[in-house]
Design a protein around this ligand. Structure first.
Ligand code: GRF
Length: 190
C-alpha cells in the first residue's frame, strides 16, 4: 500500500474526496498525513474527524520559506510518504522539496492549463467570457501550474455564473482526482 500526504490550505473538499474514495475501495492508498499552512482551514477538521495526523506549518512561524519547506520535507519523510498530493494548497513548493519527490507530486488546478495559471482561475476565465471550462491534474515542477499535464477534463457551459461553474468543477474534481491518483499508484506497482 502506498502512502500519500495531502497538502491543503482551505476547505479541503478534494481531501474529503480522497478519504471517501479510500473508504469505498476506489483509491488503494493510505493517507498518512495532512500538511496545512492555515490554522483556520476546515481541512484540519476533516483530518481530525477521520483520525488523520495533521502537521501545521504557518509561514509566520518559520524564519524562511526554505526552512519551512525543509521542515515539511522532514515531516513527509517521517510519515514515509510515497506521493504528495496538492489539493488547494496555496503556496509554491521550494525546489528542494520538489526534487526530493521526482514525478511524485501532483496538483489539481481549476482551468485548462496552460490557460489561467495562478490565483482565481475561474475568475480569469469568466473575465474572458469563456464558454469552455475545466480542470487539469499535473505533476508539480518549480513553476506556477506549469508541470507536465496528466489529465484534463473540459466542460462547456453558457451559464457564465461563478457559483454554477465552481459547483460543476468541484463535482468533476471529486470524481477525477482520486481516480487519477489511484491510476498513478497502480501503474507504479505493476
Ligand atoms: C480546487 O478547486 C482546486 O482545483 C484548487 O483549489 C480548490 C480547492 O478546493 N487547486 P478544496 O479545498 O479541495 O475544496
Amino acid at each position: 500500500m502506498k502512502n500519500i500526504v495531502i497538502f491543503a490550505s482551505g476547505f479541503g473538499s478534494n481531501f474529503q474526496a480522497m478519504i471517501d474514495a479510500i473508504k469505498h475501495g476506489k483509491l488503494h492508498a493510505t493517507i498518512v498525513g495532512l500538511i496545512c499552512d492555515r490554522s483556520g482551514a476546515y481541512a484540519i477538521e476533516r483530518a481530525r474527524i477521520n483520525g488523520i495526523p495533521v502537521a501545521l506549518f504557518e509561514r509566520s512561524a518559520s524564519p524562511s520559506k526554505v526552512e519551512m519547506d525543509k521542515a515539511i520535507l522532514n515531516q513527509c519523510q517521517g510519515w514515509q510518504a510515497d506521493w504528495l498530493v496538492l489539493a488547494g494548497y496555496m503556496r509554491l513548493l521550494s525546489p528542494m522539496l520538489i526534487q526530493a519527490y521526482p514525478r511524485h507530486i501532483v496538483n489539481i488546478h481549476p482551468s485548462l492549463l496552460p490557460k489561467y495559471r495562478g490565483l482565481d482561475a475561474v475568475g480569469q476565465a469568466l473575465n474572458q467570457k469563456d464558454s469552455i471550462y475545466g480542470l487539469t491534474i499535473h505533476y508539480v515542477d518549480e513553476g506556477m501550474d506549469t508541470g507536465e499535464i496528466i489529465v484534463q477534463v473540459p466542460f462547456e457551459t453558457d451559464q457564465l455564473d461563478r457559483d454554477h461553474i465552481e459547483k460543476r468543477l468541484h463535482q468533476l474534481e471529486h470524481q477525477t482526482y482520486p481516480a487519477v491518483i489511484n491510476k498513478l499508484i497502480v501503474e507504479e506497482s505493476v
